[in-house]
Design a protein around this ligand. Structure first.
Ligand SMILES: [Zn+2]
Length: 589
């Protein structure tokens, strides 16, 4: 009992102590609340009013792009943007008015941006990109009148060659609304720019890096008082292209005032040394939000965003005769020296097909026929081969399918065969026309340069290589013997001889093999004078070639749309490129 009494007293004592502790605790809390609310209340209220949270997106620096000699093609420069945090703007009308005066932007444009409900009030939104230093100074000077408006420095793409290499580099542009899933729209994950066209698109994943962002607390003057969260942006990887910057510049100049494309390839590994297209465009205009006036100007040009080298489709015309020689020799339907007759035309069933020289070339062997680009010889050769063997041979040479070049927008072209034409049967006349590269056959310039490169190197078809950091890749083989390829080369050398259609490509001291092509756009029966033919109905001028014949170092295709004769227009352009190569690059890789 005694023991129990003692225990009860102890328990009471402990309860009493606990009660005192709790009471003391409550008193401390009450005192703290009284202190915070009554003594410090005003101070905290002021701070809460003046301090704001800002979310700022930080673009990652994209990787740099170099040419094969490590010359820079695309770099990043500093750019100044004007950002606004809608929540911090006190007088929206006054802010819009002052900004409009300072930046030279329409008031309606600024108001629309600021009132866009999809923006969170504390997220910084971009009002203007890449503004001049004068405007930066003006904004800074007027900062006290522009609460919620501040300058951000971010990297901007600079395209060293501009229009000259636009189809190689492509450009970057701001991601449009709706192009990205909402859940990805997070300040620390969202890439604001994406690559479009050229290697900017093809290697966007390598180049883009990872954007960053920060959450900061600023005071009423817009000064940072605390950094709450930060994710540093990660720079994208640099890439090295197979392109030769100086050759690219030179080649693109050759297309000034023309419509067309030129590709120069290293036939020994498929490297794209130069790829130019005209008309071109300025990749810099996409750096900032694109203005309608810029887009209108682009519209007026002839499809400037189309990379003709990989996306444009042409009938190859007489260039196809190279394949006909290969197929003819492979299947033993003719020998190199066997002569076939050209009387200027050939009657096939009810149709009469003409040679480009209606007077007729007379009796010709394979070499003569290639040199003079006689059509009737190839009508006859085509009829001996038949459509199936021609189509199989062309298919093995890579026509009608993608080369797999790492550039966006490549087209496969069209290689018709007997089964392709559904509406009516395939006639012998169709085979004859196909034999001179007309009919329904369509190829891309990149297929043509790959083909002539394969002839140059003895038969290997390489995948056209854009990135020099990757290994050369063989994607096919010409379906003929070394001896046949030797005979094709011999005939192609005749084309660039004094008597050949490609004589205007000749360069002293350099042995060149090539083939001209003049592709009829429409049939012109009644107009005899070339200058009387409207531009859009004029023939396309084409030329493929490689040199030096014994140890080929460059292969090329030149296409001038509506340029006229291949031998007179495209071959002289190729001559310029060969001359430049001899002077600047021969033996200096
Ligand atoms: Zn002929």
């Amino acid at each position: 009992m005694l023991c129990n009494k003692k225990e009860t007293a102890n328990v009471k004592k402990r309860i009493k102590r606990l009660a005192w502790i709790l009471l003391a605790g409550f008193l401390v809390i009450i005192f703290r609340l009284w202190y915070l609310q009554l003594i410090k209340g005003n101070q905290f209220r002021d701070r809460a009013k003046s301090n704001r949270i800002r979310l700022i997106h930080i673009n990652a620096q994209r990787g740099r792009i170099y040419d094969r000699y490590k010359n820079i093609l695309v770099k990043n420069v500093r750019s100044f943007n004007v950002l606004a945090v809608p929540n911090e703007i006190k007088d929206i009308d006054a802010t819009v008015k002052l900004l409009s005066e300072t930046l030279g932007l329409e008031q309606a444009f600024i108001t629309r941006k600021l009132c866009n409900l999809s923006h969170k009030g504390y997220s910084a939104i971009k009002l203007a990109s890449n503004i001049s230093l004068e405007k930066v100074t003006l904004i800074e000077e007027r900062s006290s009148l522009l609460p919620g408006i501040f300058i951000q420095i971010e990297p901007r793409r600079k395209y060293i060659l501009g229009e000259s290499a636009a189809y190689i580099t492509g450009h970057v542009r701001q991601i449009r609304k709706g192009e990205i899933e909402k859940k990805q729209y997070h300040i620390f994950q969202y890439n604001e720019f994406k690559g479009e066209g050229g290697v900017e698109e093809a290697f966007d994943n390598l180049l883009k890096g990872s954007d960053g962002g920060k959450q900061i607390e600023v005071n009423s003057r817009g000064e940072q008082v605390a950094l709450l969260v930060e994710k540093k942006p990660e720079r994208g990887s640099n890439i090295i292209l197979a392109i030769d910057k100086h050759m690219q510049e030179f080649v693109s100049k050759l297309l000034e005032d023309k419509t067309g494309t030129i590709i120069v390839m290293d036939p020994q590994n498929g490297d794209i040394l130069a790829m130019a297209g005209s008309p071109s465009y300025d990749p810099d205009i996409f750096n900032a939000p694109v203005l309608q006036t810029d887009l209108d100007a682009l519209e007026k040009k002839d499809a400037p965003l189309l990379n003709r080298a990989v996306s444009a489709l042409y009938a190859p015309g007489s260039i196809f005769k190279i394949l006909m020689v290969g197929a003819g020799l492979k299947h033993n339907v003719v020998t190199y020296n066997q002569k076939l007759e050209c009387e200027g035309h050939l009657k096939i069933g009810k149709d009469i097909l003409y040679c480009w020289d209606r007077a007729g070339h007379g009796s010709m062997n394979m070499s003569d026929a290639i040199r003079d680009s006689c059509d009737v010889y190839f009508y006859r050769l085509g009829l001996k081969l038949g459509i199936d063997r021609i189509a199989d041979f062309a298919d093995a040479c890579g026509l009608g399918k993608l080369t797999g070049i790492k550039l966006p927008g490549e087209k496969s072209g069209l290689l018709p065969d007997k089964n392709w034409r559904k509406k009516r049967p395939w006639y012998s006349g169709d085979t004859a026309l196909l034999s001179i590269g007309q009919s329904y056959l369509l190829v891309t310039p990149i297929q043509l340069v790959s083909l002539i490169s394969a002839v140059a190197n003895g038969g290997i078809i390489y995948r056209p290589r854009i990135l020099s950091q990757t290994q050369p890749e063989q994607i096919g083989k010409l379906p003929c013997s070394k001896e046949t390829i030797r005979q094709i080369k011999k005939a192609l050398c005749e084309v660039v001889s004094d008597k050949g259609t490609g004589k205007f490509a000749q360069v002293k001291g350099l042995e060149i093999a090539g083939k001209t092509s003049t592709v009829q756009v429409v049939k012109m029966r009644h107009i005899s004078k070339y200058k009387d033919i409207p531009y859009k109905f004029r023939d396309h001028a084409m030329f493929v070639a490689f040199a030096p014949v014994k140890n080929p170092q460059i292969a090329l295709v030149v296409i001038v749309e509506h340029g006229g004769e291949g031998g007179k227009v495209a071959a002289p352009i190729a001559k310029q490129i060969f001359k430049w190569y001899i002077k600047n690059r021969n033996g200096k890789s």
